[in-house]
Design a protein around this ligand. Structure first.
Ligand code: ASP
Length: 225
């Protein structure tokens, strides 16, 4: 909000906002300290979209880089691409000077380990409620994280960013809704902006953010949309 009030670009402002959460080791759903995939490796997804230029960039399954939203912005600004994944995204980030670091905190490692220790023969990839499951772990499995931030500046321009460590204990390489433009984030400078958290697969199937903006175009309020 301070940046918006200073007249900074709304995209820089929303990225600065989500960086606070990406850098926070206590948040187990985003960036550094996010819960890892089933192999214990943190893989991050993020997208950004700039209203005035109607341009966007995204990265998915990015390892070892704390601020995927900043990398997503560079994908938008410095390439002709919209989405770069995995090793390619890591190479791209390194070539722009991003520092590689281990994103798995002790807290997240212990939660991951506990989940491994309590797997049962009733487990599917995402375990249903099971008596064997540790209650604390179960509450993690049922909760969702991710941060989306959208902003409107005083000149009427919009921007948005979404960033996440994705579904807890996902299959390595699984990509959620957050880096998919139209699903985890959508901005139309004339109409509005929307982004999401929650079960990404459901959102990918319904293109949630795009539909919210479309309903606003048709005259529905943000809440109804
Ligand atoms: N939407 C995120 C994903 O599916 C997860 C979440 O918001 O909890 O990757």
């Amino acid at each position: 909000m301070q940046m918006i009030k200073q007249g900074k670009d709304p995209l820089d402002s929303v990225i600065a906002e989500v960086n606070l959460v990406e850098n926070d080791p206590e948040d187990i759903t985003v960036g550094y300290g996010g819960l890892p995939n089933e192999k214990g490796v943190v893989e991050l997804d993020s997208s950004v979209m700039h209203g005035p230029t109607h341009n966007a960039g995204a990265v998915a399954s990015l390892r070892n880089i704390k601020n995927p939203s900043q990398v997503a912005k560079l994908v938008m600004e410095r390439t002709a691409h919209a989405l770069i994944v995995g090793e390619g995204a890591l190479d791209f980030a390194k070539s722009h000077g991003f520092k590689q670091e281990n994103l798995l905190t002790d807290r997240s490692r212990k939660i991951w380990l506990k989940r491994k220790e309590t797997l049962s023969d009733r487990d599917f990839w995402y375990p249903p409620k099971s008596e064997k499951m540790d209650p604390e772990l179960h509450s993690f499995m049922e909760s969702h994280g991710t941060i989306n931030c959208c902003a409107l500046d005083s000149t009427g321009d919009l921007a948005g960013a979404t960033t996440t460590s994705g579904f807890f204990f996902k299959i390595p390489g699984r990509v959620g809704d957050s880096p998919i433009i139209g699903a985890g984030l959508y901005v139309d400078n004339e109409i509005g902006a929307a982004g999401s958290t929650g079960f990404g697969e459901a959102n990918i199937l319904n293109w949630g953010s795009y539909m919210v903006v479309e309903y606003m175009r048709q005259g529905y309020s943000p809440e109804e949309s």
